[in-house]
Write a protein that binds this ligand. Structure first.
Ligand code: NCD
Length: 312
């Protein structure tokens, strides 16, 4: 099966995706899940070469993209450290992606500046997947988050979802807000006052009539279908004493979980620092490692779609 409307599409922000497109991506990821469970590999993209440009630290995103590419039979070339690339010599991102676009059929890009993924995409005519642009967006993570919610709960519509932690700098939360919007969630936004959701995103949610409750009490966030914990994003603080003051703001313990909604699904994009204590890991509703595994299927789906592969 093919979806020509996705061919050559850049994936920069979840704000750009319609409910129908979200559905196609999630359904394609289900097929990829089946492919991996039944065959392990499938030659969907045997003639494609994908460039992974990771100019900021990454484990999950880079390795799941690499694994996704290889499970589809594609080839990869990669930069996994800005210091080892010509960025260290002062090359602009625009020049870098123009050069790489001559070598590869698709670029997966992570870099530290908000808005620069879109700028880079505008410089090239092969598809670019934004794997995180500073404190901006992380659309492929939000798609795997949607996939996980649907897999864990069997649906996406009208859920009560709590977003907890660093909502200001956490790009996964920014992308997840827009990805959830078409499914009319009720959101509880739980953050220290200094780390609330950016005003423009809050306004967009309100303009779409999404009910948002603001709180700084973790107990309140536990009265939901899903609790999505996030790390305080240390690397985004210009004032390190501010980070020191805010770190450890929320720590989800087993005891707290057991006092919340008994069916709550616990998610986290990972890496965690101390915001979920390890005694939560053994609970059946702790979904964060399953969530990380789902990333590979969703990234297989995205690569196959934007490169025009025949979806099995
Ligand atoms: C997230 C990121 O890089 O934004 N990690 C990830 O891709 N799973 C979250 C984080 O770093 O806190």
């Amino acid at each position: 099966m093919q979806y020509p409307e996705f061919k050559n599409k850049h994936i920069i922000s979840t704000k750009d995706l319609t409910k129908k497109e979200l559905g196609v991506i999630l359904d394609t990821a289900v097929r990829m899940d089946t492919v991996v469970q039944t065959q392990g590999f499938s030659a969907v993209l045997p003639n494609s070469l994908i460039a992974m440009l990771f100019l900021e630290p990454s484990t999950r995103t880079r390795l799941s993209f690499e694994a996704a590419a290889q499970r589809l039979g594609a080839h990869t070339v990669s930069v996994s450290d800005a210091g080892s690339s010509s960025a260290a010599k002062g090359e602009t991102l625009a020049d870098m992606v123009r050069v790489v676009a001559g070598y590869a059929d698709c670029i997966v890009l992570r870099q530290p500046y908000q808005g620069q993924a879109r700028m880079a995409a505008d410089c090239i005519d092969i598809p670019l997947l934004n794997a995180g642009d500073g404190k901006g967006q992380h659309p492929t993570q939000a798609l795997l988050d949607l996939y996980t919610i649907r897999k864990e709960l069997g649906r996406l519509d009208s859920l009560k979802i709590s977003l907890v932690g660093d909502l200001k700098y956490g790009r996964t939360v920014h992308s997840l807000c827009y990805a959830l919007m078409p499914f009319t969630p009720q959101l509880t936004l739980c953050a220290p006052p200094e780390l609330g959701l950016p005003r423009d995103i809050l306004d967009d949610l309100k303009n779409h009539n999404i009910r948002c409750t603001l709180t700084s009490k973790l107990e309140e966030a536990l009265q939901a279908d899903v609790i999505y914990m996030t790390r305080i994003q240390r690397e985004r603080f210009s004032d390190k004493s501010e980070y020191e003051k805010l770190k450890g703001s929320f720590v989800l313990t087993r005891e707290l979980v057991l006092r919340g909604n008994k069916d709550i699904v616990i998610m986290h994009p990972l890496p965690r620092v101390d915001e979920i204590s390890e005694d939560v890991d053994g609970l059946a509703r702790a979904a964060y490692f399953r969530q990380a595994h789902n990333g590979m299927y969703v990234r297989m789906a995205l690569l196959a779609l934007v490169l025009g592969g025949d979806i099995p």
